[in-house]
Design a protein around this ligand. Structure first.
Ligand code: FNR
Length: 379
């Protein structure tokens, strides 16, 4: 089989290996998927300046995110049910990220638990928190993340209510997987995936099952989310969490500079310009189209990251030029994981790093930390 050269190659391979309901879960946005598509498409409108005859030896992609040294300023985004793309998915992705030297963020809605990932890695990872109505449970998650020595908390702000993804409803998505004839057929046609799942006990939500009262398995993600997630979450709660956490804090899901102003005043260390990968407010602009305004507004006071639609090293460079200190990738690593487990995630990181390195050189830069707006054509 030919070696994957692009993130899209990994996506095609993942589609052949992962049962439809779980591939669709990753490869979908809310309602008409307009924002999901815009996240990717809008990168094409940003043009890089080609420069020539600049010494291109000794190039470096090294940078820092939240003060932590990173091999390139690209972190793995928190993604729910990653362990359904591949058996033990979160552990494998965290290992690939650790080996590469970039941060891994574990979702509250992961299949492998905080403790599983801690036992599979040596360096600290980041933990993403969804705030549930049950604040006692939120506190227990924070304690578990502290005990696992997570070095940052990513607090997601844009999922007080769940955007509807039609594919998930049509597929009857659930974890553990359901055993209706349709689902059995979807799994039976993916033998490598099935073998992996038979070899692991991790098939349900590792951080939640057994901790949230009444949850044995989650047969309907949407109704469960509506029951558990707190629709009254407010900026006061951000302060409550900041105090209880006490460590580095990243606020995820900022798309408006007024919200960015408030976020900067909370004492958080960073924010992520994000529309949840086009999975929440359909009709919102792409993340890349608002990152400059937000970075210009608050970038001197708080570290600004972005995510959404990054599929190449060129995309990473464009985001950095527009003011992001670093970016997060969701689907690119999920496709890698579905395509080939830990090696597939490493491949996704490799592809992006190589593209980023060469593109930076063709723009006449040797050090990624110098990326700025002068590298772009401005309208
Ligand atoms: C997500 N995202 C997400 N965000 C979060 O804070 N907690 C979560 O549990 C999830 N779950 C999740 C599952 C899947 C399958 C996807 C694709 C995304 C959003 C994620 O962190 C990030 O914002 C987007 O994935 C970024 O867009 P790209 O890189 O996927 O285009």
């Amino acid at each position: 089989m030919t070696e994957p050269l692009t993130i899209n190659d990994l996506k095609n391979r993942a589609q052949r290996r992962v049962p439809k309901m779980f591939f669709d879960y990753a490869d979908s946005g809310s309602w008409t998927e307009t924002t999901y598509r815009a996240n990717e498409a809008d990168f094409a409108d940003i043009k890089l300046r080609q420069r020539v005859l600049v010494d291109m030896t000794n190039r470096s992609l090294k940078s820092t995110m939240l003060g932590e040294e990173v091999a390139m300023p690209v972190a793995l985004a928190p993604t729910g049910m990653t362990g359904m793309q591949h058996a033990n998915g979160e552990m494998l992705a965290a290992q690939a990220a650790e080996e590469f030297g970039v941060p891994f963020t574990l979702s509250t809605m992961s299949i492998c638990s905080i403790e599983d990932v801690a036992s599979a890695t040596k360096k600290p990872f980041w933990f993403q928190l969804y705030v549930m109505r049950d604040r006692g449970f939120v506190e227990s998650l924070l304690e578990r993340a502290k005990a696992a020595k997570c070095s940052a908390l990513v607090l997601t702000l844009d999922l007080q209510v769940l955007g509807q993804r039609h594919k998930d409803i049509r597929n009857g998505l659930s974890a553990p997987p359901k055993f209706t004839p349709k689902h059995v057929w979807q799994m039976a046609t993916r033998p490598a995936w099935c073998m992996g799942m038979l070899g692991t006990k991790r098939r349900s939500f590792g951080n939640i099952v057994g901790h949230v009262k009444g949850v044995g398995d989650l047969s309907s993600l949407a109704s469960w989310t509506a029951d558990q997630f707190d629709p009254q979450l407010s900026w006061d709660d951000v302060e409550w969490i900041r105090q209880r956490w006490g460590g580095k804090l990243i606020l995820k899901g900022i798309m408006d500079s007024k919200d960015a102003e408030i976020a900067a005043k909370t004492g958080a260390d960073a924010l992520i310009v994000s529309n949840h990968g086009g999975r929440q407010l359909d009709g919102a602009p792409s993340s890349i189209s608002v990152v400059e305004e937000i970075a210009d507004t608050v970038g001197e006071r708080i570290e600004v990251f972005m995510d959404g639609g990054i599929r190449s090293g060129q995309d990473v460079l464009k985001a950095l030029c527009l003011g992001a200190k670093g970016v997060f990738i969701g689907r690119p690593f999920l496709y890698g994981l579905g395509a080939g487990g830990r090696q597939g995630v490493s491949k996704a990181l490799d592809i992006i790093a190589k593209e980023l390195d060469t593109t930076m050189a063709l723009c006449g830069r040797r050090d990624i930390r110098t990326a700025d707006k002068s590298m772009l054509y401005r309208k």
